[in-house]
Write a new protein. Structure first.
Length: 338
């Protein structure tokens, strides 16, 4: 009973043929842009498993059909190949906007953060529904405040190599707040800190996926710079719980969603070594420009207002992604779209 592609004004409680999602709650029809990606596909699993209908919009830039193949044939699931830079008409109840070329090797290639976010806000405005933006800790740039609170405005180089992503997400936050204030769109903003888990892209250059894949392939782990820069790594199921709590809650945000456990890259390499192969080695490589020296979320706001905090430590979470990576590497699947 899909209404994809239809136009016209819509009242959000009047879909025909809607099935109950559980006792006392009607199922919702939820759009997840970027739902074929790493975080998006885990979010889709959670929404489907609680009884909602999900429409994924994805152009497979970095996402993969394999991440969703277990849902093909499920009548509550639809997948649309579409670039969010182009407008789209849908009738839905909620929008999770994740679509974005999200890693340093990909994100300079297109204007998704600005045009894609504008279109999804236009959609949210037209159908009168809640919109959640997945922003990033990168809005804090190379932070001069540590740990980072949501009130910190950031230290971003506007003309650097990373700025397409950082400034793109900052603009996306601006657009989101403008639609909230100017057009009364209900919005939610998550600032996501480094996240890892099964289904992460194998080839996008992030540190956790690089180290895990390198050790499985018996290659040295590539530590950039002196390896003393820090990051805080969050397991994907914690993030998905936080995104849903934010969408369902009463607060606009922005909210930091991340795990406050802080590690240097050398410490991360040690944990990967302990987890996968005690004979693993490291090799030092030159660092990239504008690499933030340290990053760690202050999550007191999410704890207090969303009653959310991460539950899975790095040592607990890393082993949970190793089998997935091993299988994909053995099968020669390097993470390319279909
Ligand atoms: P990902 O690359 O696995 O997923 C992004 C998805 O968006 C992919 O499926 C890709 O094909 C799709 N996409 C990209 N451009 C598109 C376009 N123009 N139209 C339609 N689809 C498009 O990345 P991810 O790690 O799952 O990230 C999801 C979101 O979370 C992104 O917005 C990212 O900025 C944000 N985020 C992630 C992290 C992290 O550590 N994973 C950290 C901060 C923020
Ligand atoms: N848009 C969309 N789907 C919709 C409604 C709007 O893709 O259901 C796009 C629309 O094409 C425009 C953007 O969202 O490019 C912003 O829409 P809005 O109505 O806010 O702006 P306007 O069209 O008035 O400039
Ligand atoms: N990094 C590294 N080796 C790699 C990939 C990344 O040492 O093979 C470092 C990188 O310089 C950065 C940190 O790991 O300091 C996190 O990089 P990532 O791209 O995963 O995330 P972001 O920089 O966006 O936080």
């Amino acid at each position: 009973d899909s209404s994809s592609g239809s136009s016209g004004f819509f009242s959000k409680r009047t879909f025909p043929g809607r099935v109950p999602a559980g006792i006392g709650r009607k199922s919702l029809r939820i759009v997840v842009t970027g739902g074929a990606g790493f975080v998006g596909s885990h979010l889709v699993d959670k929404l489907i498993s609680r009884g909602d209908e999900v429409i994924v919009i994805d152009n497979f830039f970095t996402g993969r059909k394999e991440n969703l193949v277990h849902l093909f044939g499920n009548p509550r699931f639809e997948l649309i190949r579409h670039d969010v830079v182009e407008p789209i008409l849908l009738e839905v109840d909620q929008i999770y906007h994740l679509a974005c070329p999200a890693s340093p090797v990909h994100y300079k290639y297109n204007p998704t953060n600005v045009m894609g976010t504008l279109n999804m806000l236009g959609l949210a405005k037209r159908v009168g529904v809640r919109f959640l933006l997945t922003s990033t800790s990168e809005v804090y740039g190379d932070p001069l405040e540590h740990p980072q609170k949501e009130t910190y405005w950031g230290n971003v180089n506007p003309i650097g190599e990373r700025s397409c992503y950082d400034e793109g997400k900052r603009t996306a936050e601006t657009l989101t707040m403008d639609y909230h204030r100017g057009a009364d769109v209900e919005v939610r903003i998550a600032r996501i800190f480094n996240t890892y888990g099964p289904r992460m892209c194998l080839d996008d250059g992030r540190v956790v996926s690089n180290f895990v894949a390198q050790v499985i392939r018996k290659q040295p782990m590539t530590v950039y710079g002196d390896g003393k820069q820090t990051r805080s790594f969050q397991y994907v199921s914690d993030l998905v719980d936080g995104l849903v709590a934010l969408m369902e809650g009463e607060h606009v945000g922005p909210f930091n969603l991340g795990n406050p456990g802080e590690f240097t890259m050398l410490e991360l390499a040690e944990v990967v070594k302990e987890t996968i192969d005690s004979s693993a080695t490291i090799e030092f490589k030159p660092n990239t420009a504008d690499d933030p020296h340290k990053r760690k979320p202050d999550i007191s706001k999410a704890k207090e207002l969303l009653n959310w905090e991460p539950r899975i430590s790095l040592r607990e979470g890393l082993p949970l992604m190793v089998n997935d990576f091993r299988n994909r590497i053995l099968n020669g699947d390097e993470g390319k779209g279909l």
